[in-house]
Design a protein around this ligand. Structure first.
Ligand SMILES: CC(=O)[C@@H](O)[C@H](O)COP(=O)(O)O
Ligand SMILES: NCC(=O)COP(=O)(O)O
Length: 242
């Protein structure tokens, strides 16, 4: 089975900083610690409302990261221009609602294929690898393939938020089937959202998945045990699955 990479999402280091309008904790500092603890990539979501990560973070991280940057963003002219200028390794296109607490679902690629294809084409022309954050269903996977994006990130939020074991098992099966189908279509498959120390193992056991992006749970544990330990603990779970 392939190695499974961990992309550490450091958005909520910035949430903590912005809560007081001060300079600490600094996502740049956090990224360096996460790298040293074994993070294979750093993920940041530059939201249109700048509620956590801000433009300065993206620019500084571009200069300091030693592992790939995965920039999550909505499909807007402003975000596309920022990505073209800063040139992250990956851009993950995600849906965004101003009032949401966190990302509520996958990007509806099938429902807006011309706009998604135009964004994918524009970013690829700038040398950026594009990923689409989608729900694990065939309609969205087929549309992702049609858009020309080489990569998808399967949204694991419904699995993470399942309210019964039966519902969780059903959501896990959807992700398993989606990952298998997407890999058969030649797409690279990543996954993420809502994963934590008690629900990641089952997702990590899906052999087609190549990378997990995990943020909130790692940063929450880091508050109690330190970021280095929190990243290592998550890597240990992921390594146990492979
Ligand atoms: C698209 C996605 O799943 C991540 O961006 C994640 O939601 C973390 O960002 P927020 O906590 O701002 O939603
Ligand atoms: N794309 C998912 C991500 O980056 C992290 O999401 P979460 O672990 O903060 O829910």
């Amino acid at each position: 089975m392939r190695n499974l990479r961990l992309g550490v999402n450091i958005d909520h280091i910035a949430t903590l900083r912005n809560a007081r309008g001060v300079r600490y904790p600094d996502p740049v500092h956090a990224a360096a610690i996460a790298e040293q603890a074994g993070a294979d990539g750093i993920t940041i979501h530059l939201r249109e409302d700048r509620r956590h990560i801000v433009d300065r973070d993206v620019r500084m991280l571009k200069q300091t990261l030693n592992v790939p940057m995965n920039l999550e963003m909505a499909i807007t002219d402003e975000m596309l221009a920022i990505a073209e200028e800063i040139q992250p390794t990956y851009c993950c296109l995600v849906p965004e609602k101003r009032a949401e607490l966190t990302t509520e679902g996958g990007l509806d690629v099938a429902g807006q294929l011309p706009a998604v294809t135009a964004a994918v084409t524009r970013l690829q022309a700038a040398g950026i690898a594009v990923s689409l954050f989608i729900d694990a269903n065939r309609e969205q996977i087929d549309a992702a393939k049609a858009s020309g994006a080489p990569l998808i990130e399967l949204h694991t939020g419904q699995y993470a938020e399942a309210e019964s074991l039966a519902q969780q098992a059903a959501e896990l099966e959807k992700i398993r089937a989606g990952a298998r189908y997407a890999a058969e279509q030649g797409l690279q498959v990543n996954a993420g959202h809502g994963l934590h120390y008690h629900n990641t193992l089952e997702i990590a056991q899906i052999s087609e998945i190549e990378e997990l992006n995990i943020g909130h749970a790692i940063i929450a544990r880091a508050v109690l045990v330190g970021l280095e330990t929190a990243v290592r603990d998550m890597k240990q779970i992921m390594n146990k699955a492979r």
